[in-house]
Design a protein around this ligand. Structure first.
Ligand code: GLU
Length: 470
């Protein structure tokens, strides 16, 4: 059973609707609620808002839970499923019916759409005109007897003020005349978001509801419901939503991707978390921080009042930091799904240490594993040109010098430079081209070590052959 919040425990919640995969917007909501709760030694509750059965899918719930777990966002309570709580909502509908605060509405979607159109055309904000509010008891009974579907509307009296202190946006004031009677139960009997979200916050002892400001106009309605039922009202905080760099709502078109896709691609959890913790939330520390430290730094007063803009380049910046700060064991854990069939057991550490500074995404390890441990390298025209320019004697000298076991790597390079007269790029590029099939990459000393002398010699000999035949 949930903790009703009768004590003073600070409790936030993450309440996703499982109608799609998790994206940056909802993950940031989860993260901010988590950080705030942990910062204040409170708890995070997880509630799956799945009353809209036509749009909710179990695999989305599974994916959301996997994302949260995979990123280390732990909840202390739940998950609760609203689809299992209908009896609780029914009980509160009954209370409201008894208080005559609600009424059945038989208006069809088409009628409502038409009214909205007319209102918008005449410059008025769309609101329910109260058509069914006046229905007589007889009319209601006869419509019900005729099995006409109906929703349940919450009656909002005009010219009242709903005020609350938003934790992020400050004082908020709404005039009920602009709200209109709103639906709290759908015509299939299920609870609307507006209703069960508010009821559950109250019943579950949620003290702080932090969410995107796309919900700001729902808040006065939810406060009215809770007031009518004499239920506790949480403190609300609405933060600006995330936009794309083009200032449009985030979508595939401006680079938004699901968290599941990013995790599958190998983005490091700390990269995602550090980026999101900075997205619309100011932190002077630009280092890669642990989740614990992100909690310590989290402060609602550091949330910007302007919308945040998602920038994939910024995410890559954090990914690079996370990759470069990972331990060898952590790196191997990320690389191994891609390269475990390529890298010999006894070369794992040396391989990781060699390539770690050169890659950002774990999947890039594959190209290096293939280049270093694969049989054949495909050399592009650019590389063949470099090899040709170096010429046969260059590679033959390199091979001869490798035969001297007393030479260290730097002596080998020095002697090669001295004997061939090549230095800088004309020394490094042909060697890299021959040994790795690329002009840039891990340090040459590490490459030689990974390849072993015999293998390196045969690659250099292969290059000499190319140089001859080109
Ligand atoms: N289920 C709602 C959503 O996903 C929750 C909103 C809220 O946090 O109150 O948008």
């Amino acid at each position: 059973m949930y903790n009703s919040g009768m004590n003073t425990l600070l409790k936030t919640r993450f309440a996703p609707s499982p109608t799609g995969l998790m994206h940056f917007g909802n993950l940031r909501t989860a993260l901010f609620n988590y950080l705030y709760a942990m910062r204040h030694k409170g708890q995070l509750l997880l509630r799956i808002e799945d009353t809209d059965l036509s749009r909710s899918e179990t695999h989305y719930t599974d994916s959301i839970l996997a994302d949260l777990k995979g990123l280390g966002i732990e909840w202390q309570e739940g998950p609760y499923y609203q689809s299992e709580r209908q009896a609780i909502y029914d009980n509160y509908y009954e209370i409201l019916e008894k208080k005559a605060s609600v009424y059945p509405c038989f208006c069809t979607e088409a009628q409502l759409a038409l009214t909205r159109k007319v209102q918008l055309a005449s410059g008025q904000p769309p609101r329910y005109p109260g058509t069914c509010r006046q229905l007589s008891v007889e009319a209601i009974l006869s419509k019900k007897a005729a099995n006409i579907p109906f929703t349940l509307r919450f009656e909002v009296s005009n010219e009242q003020k709903v005020e609350f202190q938003d934790l992020i946006k400050g004082e908020q004031r709404f005039d009920t005349s602009h709200i209109g009677d709103f639906i709290i139960r759908r015509n299939d009997g299920s609870a609307s978001f507006m209703f069960c979200n508010a009821i559950d916050d109250a019943l579950m002892g949620v003290t702080h509801a932090l969410r995107g400001d796309d919900h700001l106009t729902n808040t006065p309605r939810q406060i009215l419901i809770l007031q009518a039922l004499a239920l506790p009202i949480p403190q609300y905080g609405h933060f600006p939503t995330i936009l794309g760099l083009d200032s449009r709502p985030l979508s595939k078109r401006n680079g938004s991707r699901s968290i599941q896709a990013l995790r599958e691609e190998g983005f490091h959890p700390l990269a995602i978390l550090n980026y999101l913790a900075r997205l619309g939330h100011h932190d002077t520390d630009m280092g890669l921080l642990s989740l614990e430290t992100l909690c310590e730094h989290f402060d609602l007063s550091h949330i910007s009042s302007a919308p945040a803009h998602y920038d994939p380049a910024q995410l890559n910046y954090w990914q690079k930091l996370a990759m470069h700060q990972s331990t060898v064991a952590e790196c191997w854990q990320q690389f191994s799904p891609w390269v475990k069939d390529w890298v010999p057991e006894d070369k794992i550490n040396a391989f990781v240490e060699a390539i770690q500074p050169n890659i950002v995404m774990p999947m890039e390890a594959l190209a290096w594993a293939q280049a270093l441990f694969g049989e054949k390298r495909v050399l592009s025209d650019d590389l063949l040109k470099v090899i040709q320019e170096a010429g046969v004697p260059f590679f033959n000298t390199a091979i001869q010098l490798l035969d001297d076991p007393t030479l260290t790597f730097s002596e080998w390079m020095k002697n090669l430079q001295h004997s061939t007269g090549c230095k800088g790029k004309s020394l490094f590029f042909p060697l890299r081209a021959a040994l790795t099939g690329a002009l840039h990459g891990p340090e040459l000393i590490r490459i030689l070590d990974l390849l072993g002398i015999e293998n390196a010699k045969s690659r250099l000999a292969e290059a000499a052959q190319y140089a001859q035949t080109l």
